[in-house]
Design a binder for this molecule. Structure first.
Ligand code: SF4
Length: 434
């Protein structure tokens, strides 16, 4: 049996605007492609008598008339959903069966079921073998629901990262250490997707996986490396101590409210473990959103704290939240400069399915009728409180153009090298992406 995994294309910032694309071309920003974990994880759980292949629409074109497979498995998150449904229609029209999995089908299984022969809601590992067996016996069920299954049971296998072609991706290994999150931030899909407790993978497995990575750098997809509870700190300290010996570069993302609560010894261990950059998301959580009401304390403190441990910061500013006004576009450039962070990115607040912020906006009748493809952080998907939709869309685009339009190539190169390290930079494969 042959399974074709498909990763549908989603529109990134650079795909939607020629001026932006030209301005950002030198910065390797706005079109950043990391080899994700979803498909390699399911591939790892596939029975050995199946042949597998991956078509990633970001680097390959999908030929609908090439029907050399038995089952199509499409994994997607929200901005890919519109395209995933289009692909499924074409494939099913040609007589092949389609199964969906991933973040969006888990959050909206009944919507996804309208477009596929079977949907996996939740982790694929516990039901993937059943799906394949049912397919072979022509008895696929419309829904395989594993949302209450225990993560990291014996079904977990090391992801098959070799599925991603080398060209077209930044050469960083993505590693996941846990599932779920205790914080329940209103804008976040992690708790509705993976539960509101944290289940850690066995430490030795994680260390072995990082040691075996082909890449000199890796990104930890979880934020709990710096959570402040005793259990989280204990896991993080043990992990960071062990991976420090591997001499790899480590990247993480975080929020000011987490950094400001993080213990100094964890920050120190992070730096010693080779942390090359912290991607600091601001303006989204309630503490850092206060910067739009004139209180920048949370962001100031977080940036200062990260830098005090010698770790570069790349700041990502959320715009369009309920405190955001038109005047904040110009203010953000000055504020970002005053922080002296190495690079900045900007995104528009987006209410993803399953989140409580989406439920609130729906109750206030503020959600706009736009396709899922617009849920990429670069489009207006709901009516903002203190700025018009037009002003937000226009101001967002100009913010990127202004911030990057004024840096010389040399300055850009210096900043990127600081933020990513030469080894990652060297392996960016922009030309191959077309
Ligand atoms: S944003 Fe981070 S801290 Fe908040 S719920 Fe999501 S994963 Fe947890």
């Amino acid at each position: 049996m042959k399974i074709r995994f498909i990763f549908p294309k989603w529109q990134k910032l650079l795909d939607q605007d020629e001026d932006l694309s030209r301005t950002l071309a030198g910065y390797e920003i706005g079109n950043f492609r990391m080899p994700g974990l979803a498909v390699p994880s399911v591939a790892a759980a596939t029975p050995h008598d199946c042949q597998i292949e991956l078509v990633d629409e970001h680097t390959q074109s999908l030929d609908f008339d090439n029907l050399d497979f038995d089952l199509a498995a499409i994994s997607f998150f929200t901005p890919q959903a519109s395209r995933a449904y289009e692909i499924a229609i074409q494939i099913r029209k040609r007589g092949k069966k389609v199964v969906f999995g991933g973040l969006h089908p888990t959050l909206l299984p009944f919507e996804a079921m309208k477009h596929a022969d079977a949907v996996c809601a939740g982790m694929a590992e516990p039901c993937w073998t059943d799906i394949i067996t049912d397919f072979k016996h022509n008895r696929l069920k419309p829904l395989y629901d594993t949302r209450s299954a225990v993560p990291y049971s014996s079904q977990y296998h090391t992801p098959v990262r070799s599925l991603w072609q080398k060209k077209g991706y930044v050469q960083i290994g993505v590693v996941q250490i846990s599932r779920g999150c205790t914080y329940r931030c209103p804008y976040c899909v992690v708790p509705p997707y993976a539960g509101d407790d944290i289940v850690y993978r066995p430490l030795d497995d994680v260390v072995a996986e990082i040691a075996a990575l082909d890449y000199p750098s890796f990104y930890v997809a979880d934020e709990n490396l710096i959570f402040s509870s005793a259990r989280d700190s204990q896991y993080a300290s043990a992990l960071l101590r062990q991976i420090a010996h591997l001499k790899k570069r480590l990247f993480i993302a975080s929020f000011p409210f987490l950094i400001n609560r993080a213990a100094d010894n964890i920050m120190e261990l992070l730096a010693n473990a080779g942390c090359t950059q912290i991607y600091l998301v601001t303006g989204l959580d309630s503490e850092s959103e206060k910067m739009y009401a004139g209180d920048t304390t949370a962001v100031d403190q977080a940036v200062k704290k990260i830098r005090s441990f010698g770790i570069p910061v790349m700041t990502s500013f959320c715009v369009g939240s309920d405190l955001f006004e038109e005047k904040h576009f110009s203010w953000l450039i000055d504020y970002s400069d005053s922080l002296e962070t190495d690079l900045a990115e900007f995104f528009i607040s987006t209410p993803y399915p399953g989140t409580s912020v989406r439920a609130r906006l729906a109750g206030e009748r503020r959600l706009l009728d736009v396709p899922w493809s617009k849920y990429n952080g670069a489009n207006v998907t709901y009516r903002p409180a203190r700025i018009s939709e037009r002003e937000l869309a226009h101001g967002f685009r100009n913010l990127w153009l202004k911030y990057y339009g004024r840096l010389s190539r040399f300055e850009a190169y210096k900043r990127i090298t600081r933020c990513f390290g030469a080894s990652v930079l060297k392996t960016f494969e922009r030309k191959a992406t077309g």
